[in-house]
Design a protein around this ligand. Structure first.
Ligand SMILES: NC(=O)c1ccc[n+]([C@@H]2O[C@H](COP(=O)([O-])OP(=O)(O)OC[C@H]3O[C@@H](n4cnc5c(N)ncnc54)[C@H](OP(=O)(O)O)[C@@H]3O)[C@@H](O)[C@H]2O)c1
Length: 306
């Protein structure tokens, strides 16, 4: 498994992370197996949120982790806060601190390696976020900070007040959900891809040495389904299969290799809990697609060259 530094931090992480949003579909023994499999493959980065499974994903993870031979310092733990599902988004100082303390309890640890603000809060008061980050950092409860689903200007607003580096921005990104790439290719055109939905967030993150963490890398739409094997994407699947044959791997491996080929050095957050698929995804870190292959896959998903 290839490794990299997360943003401007000294935190060394695998290029593929294990997303824990879906682990509550497993029992404790299978979560333990999943953690062990991740560790065998070099995936020692586990990504959570206070809301996953209503908190159950964090506590289930901690109970299963306790049964493994690994120690806290062997893994990197990230969690997110700021969403109160169906009610509001909340970046108030009190909510951030309370949410982290609850995550720490559920995860049975005394620190998070990374805390991420989950989705922009319309009522954000960056001074309050800065106070919360200072307290959490000074008490040793949070070592690094990031954001998720944020535009460049929203990050700049936070940065005006926050002392710590914002080392990551977590964004939805997959072959068919690649607006942040399309946007940069179809500049000033009348095409759908030219619509700027993210304020050039890809270039912003590269310019500021922030790592983009790609969420839902195998999904199309907003949790509409998996594109691999879907009859909605016949050309893409044909292309993935052709390349899979060429490299003697599976389309899942090629999908991971496609994402990791991007020179922005994204970290891919894979949500599978299937041991076989996890291995296929991990193999993607060993394959470097050519520029031509990368573009062929991109175009086969219905994207265009203007
Ligand atoms: N910041 C945010 O707003 C946000 C939003 C959503 C998610 N996230 C993070 O991103 C992580 C990943 O999200 P995700 O779970 O939606 O991502 P994903 O890796 O795109 O999807 C995983 C799901 O797809 C299924 N799947 C079916 N075929 C697959 C294949 N060939 N390859 C890979 N998966 C296949 C998996 O089933 P099996 O388990 O059976 O393989 C699993 O249910 C989450 O765990 C969470 O940490 C963040």
């Amino acid at each position: 498994m290839k490794r990299m530094l997360l943003g401007t931090s000294s935190l060394e992480v695998p290029v593929i992370a294990a997303g824990c949003m879906r682990i509550n579909t497993l029992d404790e023994e299978n979560v333990e197996n999943h953690i062990n499999r991740c560790m065998e493959l070099g995936i020692n980065f586990f990504e959570h949120a206070d809301i996953y499974g209503g908190g159950k994903c964090e506590s289930l993870f901690a109970e299963a982790f306790e049964r493994t031979e690994f120690r806290r310092e062997d893994i990197v733990l990230q969690s997110k806060c700021g969403i109160i599902p169906g009610v509001m988004y909340d970046f108030s100082k009190n909510h951030i601190i309370k949410s982290v303390e609850n995550s720490l309890k559920r995860l049975n640890t005394d620190y998070l390696d990374v805390l991420v603000l989950h989705r922009p809060d319309a009522l954000v008061e960056p001074e309050e976020v800065a106070e919360a980050f200072d307290l959490l950092n000074a008490s040793g409860k949070v070592r690094n900070f990031g954001v998720s689903n944020h535009k460049p200007m929203q990050i700049d607003l936070l940065k005006k007040y926050i002392k710590q580096d914002i080392i990551t921005n977590q964004l939805q990104f997959s072959i068919p959900f690649s607006n942040m790439v399309r946007n940069g290719l179809e500049v000033n055109m009348l095409t759908e891809g030219a619509v700027d939905r993210d304020g050039s967030v890809l270039d912003y993150c590269r310019l500021n040495d922030m790592t983009i963490q790609a969420w839902s890398p195998f999904q199309y739409g907003f949790f509409e389904g998996v594109f691999i094997g879907s009859d909605k994407y016949p050309e893409l699947n044909q292309q993935l299969e052709e390349l899979a044959e060429r490299y003697d791997v599976t389309p899942t491996t090629i999908t991971a290799a496609w994402m990791l080929r991007h020179p922005a050095h994204l970290q891919m957050i894979a949500g599978t809990t299937d041991p076989g698929r996890l291995e296929e995804i991990a193999m993607g870190s060993e394959i470097t697609l050519s520029r031509e292959e990368w573009y062929k896959i991109y175009l086969s998903a219905g994207n265009i060259l203007p």
